[in-house]
Design a protein around this ligand. Sequence first.
Ligand SMILES: Nc1ncnc2c1ncn2[C@@H]1O[C@H](COP(=O)(O)OP(=O)(O)OP(=O)(O)O)[C@@H](O)[C@H]1O
Ligand SMILES: [Mg+2]
Length: 346
Amino acid sequence: MYERYFGLTGKPFRLHPDPEFFFGSQGHSSAYSYLKYGVFQGEGFMVITGEIGAGKTTLVRTLLSKLDTAQVVSAQVVSTQLQADDLLRTTALAFGLRAQGLDKSQLLATLEAYFTQLAVQGRRALLVVDEAQNLSPHAMEELRMLSNFQIDEQALLQSFLVGQPELRDLLRLPALRQLRQRIIASYHLGPMSEAETRGYIEHRLKHVGYVADPRIEEAAFLAFHETTGGIPRRINMLANRVLLATYLADQHDIHAVDVYQAAREMGDEIGPDILPSAQMPTSLAQAQVQQEVMARADGLPLIHARLDQLERGIAEILEHLRTKDAQHEPPPREALVGATLRQVPK
Ligand SMILES: Nc1ncnc2c1ncn2[C@@H]1O[C@H](COP(=O)(O)OP(=O)(O)OP(=O)(O)O)[C@@H](O)[C@H]1O
Ligand SMILES: [Mg+2]
């Protein structure tokens, strides 16, 4: 909606985890290096955890989009898909294998045959399980069984487990001791710093042709960090909102108050668990009140002119009373009209 108004070539803050927009903050870059290292190891489990909306799926998709498919064949499953089905069947389907009507041992045999065939071709299999915090210990155990497949001491499958912080608690369960021993590296994706939040916003904007319209003041970038805690999805939601409001107000500048105001409105609408409320700094709040007062003061010159007129009218009456009192003459009509009829607007 606002893209054309700001001369942008596309939507800068979509919620889709799109590798095209990947921004390498320190955390995202480190996590990316860990995953790459994991792919070269070619075995065991890599674990990536992070807060909701921290960028886990984007990270993994970015890596997968860069892998050479002649060397690595990857498949992704999302654990929410597993409710009606088991992990082995979903995995077989994700690798493009037929799984209908097969029981557990047949599924295992099918998967092993496929992975062996890849190994013979000099390729490796990589399974990414997203939202892995929702896996049951039983499903985890099935994953461990898959990781047992080997040919000439070389593992046939490698797995990435990606999920919210609860995944770490799940992996600490005593029942998952064996799987835990196969974890080769894990990384927790934290929020972005103030400087990174600014870099992130500018990066996404520049990707769609941004050239300083709208102008975003320094304090507004800080406000973005303050209100979102440096979490990419929250930044996208809020930035979208702020850009839309700026467009609707026919403005080309974004100030910190605009960001705080949009954040407050969004927090009220979608709940503080998604966008926690951040207090607007007192100095900004005062400035905003002052701005509102100034806006309302647009009609002040008119009011002043009328007060002057009124004052003059009263002065004339007083003067008349002083000089003409003895003669009992009434004050001039114009003075009375000025004093009584011309009322100050509310
Ligand atoms: N490094 C990044 N570069 C560019 N955009 C990012 C980055 N990280 C996250 N985003 C954006 O933030 C939003 C949320 O990212 P993503 O879906 O990857 O988070 P997540 O951690 O997988 O969330 P969830 O916990 O809900 O699964 C998406 O719009 C995505 O494009
Ligand atoms: Mg995700």
